[in-house]
Ligand binder design. Structure first.
Ligand code: BYC
Ligand code: FE
Ligand code: FE
Length: 472
């Protein structure tokens, strides 16, 4: 078991005290991070006491601690999951060799790029959500937002630790650049497109945490299989925190749907009382599910093949022995490919090149389970409406389906039909304006805005009417 140093300026279980150079470099980066948080983190709430969970170790069960903190005083730490000392590479070309504790020269650029791309999304999401606190539907939800935000901040720390420790001067430059790129900046935007738009209403926020944080889960899970052991162990621990982000999203969308169902059950119209009509909510689901699928990269990708071959990125739960061939050399993947004459054909591609598609399939199966839970809840309320996940080809801007038009059912469409009908499937400006009009701020403990039902339980077993955020 690793030793956790909670007294250090930067709490950690990576022995920072014994590596003075690294410690000094990170302690130099720390004030820049805090400055970034104050400038571009949650707007205006830095003086409030927030009831937050803080990671304090990596042991099963007791890894986190709950208490009131002011966000700039949050103890962002560096924690790597414990692992066996003799871990072996378990997929790709180098199966059976010991995992690496240092970056092999031949994979240096590729690994750096993966780590920088992952790291960049974390502060990006905080920036996107910076105005949301002003319209929180309850103190409970306000706390959830800030919990997610501080943990995304810690995820940035996780990647910056790797850059500083294993990538020399280049890594230190990359760590600085993490605080220089900004979501939506004209000159220096965040790396991935989806992270450059503000998230300024809670329907978008809950869809984002359901679908985009879940992309995060799958990307982190694939990196948690990595032969670069520090990357595997840091992402494994990040996944512990990630579960709460996705739960926030799933419960949030579910609570909005439940509230609308309640209103309908009483014979009234959600659209007339500041709640969200379910077909409109479905359009937001369509948008975020399709936008999040784009974050998996192309379905047919030589990058993905090389990352797998090198042992940098594995399949979801690769280590659990659920795949037939850990080298993935013999098999092919059946990919649906659009043709120029308006059809979709199945084409066999080498499995390694389909690794993004394989990961995407696991993600889609997971999303389907979430939708099924929302639907069960609606049924239990005698509501006839059921959500449906759009087809994986719908509204794609990356990969083999980009540049083609598909309906949510997966049928090929011509441009005219798409132009005519896409307003039925994706949020319109009117939808966004309406949702915005529903965003009323509620700050009385235990009270909720009319568009969202209360949750079934509070964090750390606190009651729903607990004072999760103190205003004084
Ligand atoms: N946008 O070979 P291809 C999270 C580029 S979310 C822009 O098909 P590859 C979080 C690609 O770079 C998880 N560009 O794809 C969530 C390549 O460029 P080059 C974040 C894109 O490389 C919520 C070209 O197109 N983690 O943690 O196999 C809150 C061909 O690419 C995009 C990661 O992303 C795109 N969507 O896979 C907070 C994990 N897609 O080489 C946090 C690390 C592709 O031609 N990143 N391109 O210049 C990766 O594993 C991979 O870079 C990607 C792309 C999965 C993103
Ligand atoms: Fe994260
Ligand atoms: Fe997250």
């Amino acid at each position: 078991m690793s030793t956790v140093d909670l007294e250090a300026k930067i709490p950690n279980n990576v022995g920072l005290r014994d590596n003075k150079r690294l410690m000094m470099a990170l302690e130099k980066w720390q004030p820049a991070f805090i400055e970034w948080w104050k400038q571009l983190g949650p707007s205006d709430f830095n003086q409030n006491d927030i009831y937050l969970r803080t990671a304090v170790g990596v042991g099963q069960g007791g890894w986190a601690h709950f208490d009131y903190v002011k966000m700039p005083d949050y103890r962002w730490g560096i924690f790597l999951a414990d692992g066996p000392a003799d871990r072996k590479i378990h997929f790709g070309d180098n199966i059976g060799a010991p995992v690496w504790n240092e970056v092999p020269g031949e994979f240096r650029n590729r690994l750096r790029r993966l780590i920088v791309t992952q790291g960049d999304t974390e502060p990006a999401s905080v920036e996107q959500q910076r105005m949301l606190g002003h319209s929180a539907p309850s103190l409970y939800d306000l706390r959830s937002l800030f919990q997610v935000n501080v943990e995304e901040g810690r995820h940035l720390w996780a990647m910056v630790y790797l850059l500083h420790t294993h990538f020399g001067a280049d890594g230190r430059d990359e760590a600085e650049a993490m605080l220089e790129r900004h979501s939506g900046d004209d000159d220096n935007p965040r790396i991935l497109e989806a992270f450059n738009y503000p998230i300024d209403n809670w329907v978008d926020f809950f869809c984002f945490t359901t679908f985009t944080d879940r992309d995060g889960k799958y990307q982190l899970a694939s990196l948690a299989e990595s032969s670069f052991d520090p990357l595997a162990r840091t992402t494994q621990f990040m996944l512990t925190e990630e579960a709460y982000h996705m739960q926030t999203g799933e419960n949030g969308v579910g609570r909005i749907a439940r509230r609308s169902a309640e209103i309908m059950k009483e014979g009234r119209d959600p659209a007339k009382e500041g709640a969200i009509p379910l077909p409109m909510l479905q359009r937001f689901v369509n948008h975020w599910f399709s936008a999040s699928m784009d974050l998996f990269g192309g379905e047919d990708s030589t990058n993905a093949a090389e990352s797998f071959a090198g042992g940098l990125k594995g399949r979801y739960r690769e280590g659990d022995g659920i795949y037939k061939d850990p080298k993935a050399l013999e098999q092919t993947y059946k990919l649906q490919v659009p043709t120029d004459d308006g059809k979709v054909e199945e084409k066999d591609i080498p499995l390694r090149r389909a690794m993004n598609a394989v990961l995407l399939d696991a993600y889609i199966a997971d999303c389907s389970r979430i939708v099924a839970r929302w639907n069960r809840d609606l049924k239990a309320q005698d509501c006839e409406f059921q959500f449906a996940l759009p087809d994986h080809k719908f509204n794609r801007h990356q990969g083999v389906y980009s540049g083609f038009r598909f309906s949510p059912a997966g049928e090929v469409l011509d441009e005219a039909t798409w132009t005519h009908r896409h307003g039925e499937w994706l949020p319109s400006q009117d939808d966004r304006d309406y949702v915005k009009s529903c965003m009323v701020r509620v700050t009385e403990p235990g009270k909720f805005a009319n568009y969202i039902a209360p949750p079934s339980q509070g964090p750390n077993n606190q009651p729903i009417d607990f004072e999760y955020v103190k205003f004084h």
